[in-house]
Design a protein around this ligand. Structure first.
Ligand SMILES: [Zn+2]
Length: 228
């Protein structure tokens, strides 16, 4: 790069088999990612970045002006939990420091400070149990051949389905309403038959989960609450 890049303004070049064009994106962690298409070169990608430095500067400035207060969770913070904004409260009568979210109680190292890392690891643990249980239940109702259900941290997707029959679910679905969770599971199950978003795919979604439009609307309106 010929342009001066201040420390922390890193640009990562990554090749993508699926990308058709050069692309520049800014990740939430502040790292800019330049995508090189299959037949492209890093040299061309660098030129592309050069041409888009203005855009990158604007994107960085927008990102730094975003309120970041919601990133820290303390007693009194409202977080999305099982579909509803829920206040983090100290658990009464607990022997060890614990907080309550609705009907759930979670142990924390201490009540002061940022509770988010601890609570999110509790969420993930619960999600692995509850989401896979629900997914196997719905899979058995549809009779489709699922081989494996994986619950994990996905930065930008709610779920995915591989040709080999593995369904991956974003653990944050434990924070959404049950109807949204069920929709995503149905959506991925339908992908076992249709690995695309063709009209035929949506017809099958409609048959298997008629309320899918409401769930899509919820995701559009609330997805950002989850940091997606
Ligand atoms: Zn899909």
């Amino acid at each position: 790069m010929t342009s001066p890049a201040p420390a922390g303004d890193e640009i990562v070049f990554q090749r993508s088999l699926r990308a058709r064009n050069y692309r520049l994106t800014l990740r939430r962690d502040g790292v800019a990612v330049a995508t090189i298409p299959l037949r492209g070169s890093e040299r061309e990608a660098r030129r592309f970045v050069e041409q888009h430095l203005d855009w990158l500067a604007r994107a960085r400035s927008r990102q730094s002006h975003k309120p970041r207060g919601a990133d820290v969770w303390t007693i009194g913070t409202h977080v999305l939990w099982r579909g509803a904004p829920t206040e983090i409260r100290p658990a009464p009568d607990a022997l060890r420091p614990s907080v309550r979210l609705g009907a759930d109680t979670f142990r924390v190292p201490q009540l002061a400070g940022d509770l988010r890392p601890t609570l999110e690891s509790h969420f993930l643990r619960l999600a692995k149990i509850e989401l896979s249980g629900r997914a196997w239940e719905l899979a058995s109702q549809t009779g489709l051949g699922v081989r494996q259900i994986v619950v994990r941290n996905q930065r930008s997707r709610w779920g995915s389905c591989s040709a080999s029959g593995t369904i991956s679910l974003n653990w944050r679905l434990i924070q959404t309403p049950d109807s949204v969770r069920d929709y995503i599971i149905h959506h991925e199950l339908v992908h076992l038959q249709e690995m695309n978003h063709s009209p035929r795919f949506w017809t099958r979604v409609e048959q298997s989960y008629p309320a899918w439009r409401d769930a899509e609307r919820w995701l559009k309106q609330n997805g950002s609450l989850l940091g997606l």
